[in-house]
Ligand binder design. Structure first.
Ligand SMILES: O=P(O)(O)O[C@@H]1C[C@H](O)[C@@H](CO)O1
Ligand SMILES: Nc1nc2[nH]cnc2c(=O)[nH]1
Length: 301
């Protein structure tokens, strides 16, 4: 189903998932317009798109120009694909992702991952802004995602629903070690080199549909389940990336502490999310840059 907005009404319309050929059209469009052949893809979280500005030799493609592409509608998600070099390494960077709460089905939110795969991308680095569920987490902490809980999957929704196209991957998919163990270990060593180990965490991310932030009762439930951080993205992208055999690494920036007491009047809000992302920009960007270098040096698959 697609939600199409007009000025007066919201009209749901039937829509089928992207065909292989439609996604190939997108990747061809990009490859025909850049000399670079990236093997590493990056998806930037809310307020974290500035990472793409670090790239040299940039070719910039607004989503509105790429055939079959959805558009970004959220503040802090610029809405363009940037292909360029990071420390001489060719990368393709999504400056702005698609979220389920924008009205896109999960298969549509994740289409760019398959486009990257068709371009030749083998490894994916994702960032997001998330609320700290673990009471020991502080605003500004950077969490290496160790694992996720796929709540949409529990509820009967997945970006892989529908006929499986074996050209992308198998019908049934194992999800252990989705967040590559070796890259997580190396990222911790990099954080120590950067002397930011005091703000580095490793934990479990859960994606809820949003756009509401969590109630006190919901946060308490997540704590009981062992969740460390909660957001509104990433899980579906990781599922699609693993389906097409990409190696995955992901970081959550803890932009707010989820409220667990009824007497606490702190209100999560997107302006704060963007402001914290802006404050932690340099650490997030340098950590990500060094991880890209590590990913590039890694020849295992
Ligand atoms: O794209 P991410 O997951 O970084 O964005 C988070 C989740 C919502 O889109 C938004 C809420 O403030 O930030
Ligand atoms: N669901 C959710 N997403 C977020 N993104 C940034 N902060 C939060 C949060 O507290 N909850």
């Amino acid at each position: 189903m697609r939600v199409e907005r007009t000025t007066e009404q919201t009209v749901p319309k039937e829509e089928t998932v992207y065909t292989y050929d439609e996604l190939k059209q997108c990747s061809n469009y990009l490859l025909e317009r850049t000399q670079l052949r990236p093997k590493i893809g990056i998806i930037c979280g809310s307020g974290l798109g500035g990472f793409a500005d670090q790239l040299s030799d940039q070719d910039v493609f607004p989503y509105t120009d790429i055939p079959n592409f959805p558009t970004s509608t959220v503040e802090g998600h610029a809405g363009c694909m940037v292909i360029g070099k990071l420390s001489s390494i060719p990368v393709v960077c999504m400056k702005g992702r698609f979220h389920h709460y924008e009205g896109y089905p999960l298969w549509k939110c994740t289409m760019a991952v398959r486009v990257m795969k068709l371009m030749g991308v083998e490894k994916l680095l994702l960032t997001n802004a998330a609320g700290g569920v673990n009471s020991e987490y502080n605003i500004g902490d950077i969490m290496i995602i160790k694992d996720h809980m796929n709540f949409q999957g529990f509820g009967g929704n997945s970006p892989l629903f529908g006929v499986n196209d074996e050209r992308f991957g198998p019908r049934f998919l194992a999800m252990n070690n989705a967040y590559d163990r070796d890259l997580r270990k190396k990222a911790k060593a990099i954080a120590t080199e950067m002397k930011i180990e005091n703000v580095i965490r490793e934990g479990i991310y859960v994606m809820l549909g949003g756009p509401t932030y969590e109630t006190v009762a919901e946060t308490r439930m997540l704590q009981m389940l062992g969740v460390d951080a909660v957001g509104m993205s990433t899980v579906q992208e990781v599922i699609v990336a693993r389906h097409c055999n990409m190696k995955v690494f992901a970081l959550s920036l803890i932009t707010n502490k989820c409220v667990t007491e009824y007497e606490n009047d702190d209100m999560a809000n997107h302006a704060e999310v963007i402001a914290v992302a802006n404050n932690r920009k340099s650490e997030m960007e340098e950590l990500s840059r060094r991880i890209v270098i590590t990913m590039n040096a890694d020849n295992t698959n």
